[in-house]
Design a protein around this ligand. Sequence first.
Ligand code: ADP
Ligand code: MG
Length: 683
Amino acid sequence: MKLSDSVSKLKGIGEKTSALFGKVGVFSLWDLLLYVPRDFMRYPEITTADSIQFGSTVAVELTLQTEASLVHASRLSILSCSASDHTASLRLVWFNMPYIKKTLHAGMTRIFYGKVGMYRNLLVLEHPKMFTREEYCKMLGVLEPIYPVTHGLTTDRVKKTIRAAMDEVFPIEDYLPRDEVARLGIMTLTEAIRILHSPAHEDVMRKARKRIAFDEYLAFLLSVKSMKEENNRSKNCFPMNESKSARLIVERLPYKLTGAQARTYEEILKDMAGERAMNRLVQGDVGSGKTIVALLAMVTAAEYGYQSALMAPTEVLAAQHASKIKDMLEEYGLDYGVELLSGSLTAKQKREAKKRIADGECRIIVGTQALIQDGVEFSSLALVVTDEQHRFGVRQRETLAMKADTDGQNGNIPHVLVMSATPIPRTLAIILYGDLDISVMDELPSVRLPIKNCVVGVNSRKKSYEFIAEQVEMGHQAYVICPQVEASDMSESENVTDYTEKLKGVYGSKIRVEMLHGKMKPKEKNDIMQRFAAHEIDVLVSTTVVEVGVDVPNATVMMIENAEKFGLAQLHQIRGRVGRGSAQGYCIFLNTSKSKEDNKRLKILNGTNDGFKIASEDLKLRGPGDFFGIRQSGEMDFRVADIYNDADMLKKASEYVKVIDEQSIRALNEFTSVDSHAQNITL
Ligand code: ADP
Ligand code: MG
């Protein structure tokens, strides 16, 4: 079998299972091998019967004192047995597992591994598994992978399927020559993948991860490199100077541009007037005011009679941009034609919109990247702006690919402006965005009051609701973020659907509560967002679809349920939705976990509003259990690589990319092209 073969080719994988795998983004065997565990479970050290605590999972060496007794109570069968070590005695219970009885004999000594529960007011071991001391010691220290799963697909199933895939395709031919692998001090691919799924301990795990990160970076850097070469040749086909309209807007804005905004705007103007096409990354923390800077560039292009395309990562954000730009241009009497390419358009509307774009009737086109790249023909595209470009890897490649596409259309390469709020160190940004010039907007508008934060536990929920009600009474609005769309049996975290109902119940009719999540139809989403922006909704219960870019300055409270489930950098993005106007903004992080670490991590957000500082603190505090966890919550498009943790691999890859030979490139391409399928999946 080949890596690119579908998982359905594996023995025992039918249509149903392969559809389940598809649901989690696994299509090919390669996808499967790179389906990394979300966490690892470890068997605990052996302890004594007197030191166990309710709720924990323990291993105790016990001798059975009696024969096991089996009783039936209605539909339940209860098997129980008394056991002890030299410190205390303890009851073992199994519900509805009568067949265990024949494996138990009075006087036998085993390691019992299970959860400490309560039965008839006594601490008991529930459904313990039995091992000999020798067996158990072998498992000690071994990390058992736990995979991200979906309803119907268990970790066990994933594990077995991965093992089957390994049997089929191992050893994988490494595109890196052996001596290079040794020189770079990384593992072979086969070794790395094997360890990824069954690491002996954390250190090797980390090393295995590094190897995959290296591959991901290398593939990415190669594409950047080829774009860069292409770009060096692209001269400025759309030279422009600052337009009258842009100057007019700057003069009449209700606020003064910050120093950083003015500087960035200058840099953009210089680029657009220069010898070569602009290729600039604007990095600025949430709320630093990137939109207006981009808009000024678009207005300038429009005055020259050219078109600009503004691409956003979500429909919600694209719709918001379009409506704000429309309002603004109208206010200043500028008639450039703004077109929103939205997923909620009917086929006919889409056709008409595309026609207006092709005819040059409109000069500012807004949409998601997918929509704009979906065969749109421009009459004179001079500027491509990508907003909230914080998904590295693939997204950037798409932006660049778009450039190449348009190049194919009329031979003129447009200016490119990329805006990102991801706080990555400049040195890394230079490598990652090797082909871009960088402007850093390190200043927030001074009219802003810093957001007031608090981390609270579940018993402060009621108080939080009251606080939101007060703010609503004062004419403000609020967001409540839940990690899930609907209830699931996999997790106990709050979900938007039930929560909205609950909150409607709490508030009654005087506060208007609505919900927003990614599974709603584009039209519904736009509708809700528009109504929220127009203050027809007071409290918006939402998933993280509002995470990026959404700008409703009248919203002052952000309450985040299960805050411990999110990465700090992501929480920082989410909280950036409030405190955007002149009124005081508040963020309530509701921590439902009892762990001290979680609390400590969340407290960092209390201490600072500086995105960069937060990201690096987050990294320091992440324990070994978070190998992959947090970053995967949607910030990066790399499956494994992490900008902070794997900075070393990024550097290695960036050096290697300079010396890599043609043959390896071809092998690598073959290798990475198999995963293109999964890369199209977004949250
Ligand atoms: P981001 O950088 O996160 O994309 P936005 O461009 O959405 O930020 O700007 C956030 C809010 O700040 C908007 O409501 C915008 O009108 C406002 N804003 C932008 N620049 C300034 C400024 N110089 N002074 C005051 N408010 C500003
Ligand atoms: Mg923005």
